[in-house]
Design a protein around this ligand. Sequence first.
Ligand SMILES: [Mg+2]
Length: 108
Amino acid sequence: MYLKYGNIEHVYRNLLSKYGVRSQLVIFMEELSELIQQLSKLYRSIAFGQSFSIEGLLSELVDVDLMRDQLLTYINISYKKDEIDQLYQKVLDEKFNKIVKEGFQDER
Ligand SMILES: [Mg+2]
């Protein structure tokens, strides 16, 4: 299962019901843009030694994680949950295997 904190799907369902998926999608996009901003700050700290707050980056990673789980809950509501779980796992396995293979290439 993709949900990181166990079965809190009902919490996400309630939020989706309360605010609507359109509103939650906009918030997800906003959180993604805030994460991009933090990644840019991390880049500038590495490349140019500018100041950087790790707390800011972690905060945006958590925001994106929570909105990601909420989106996956919406997808499960809207499509056949078992098929989505299977498809998600298939795509995850393929991509994971690809990066593992790539990561091991230099060690040979
Ligand atoms: Mg945020």
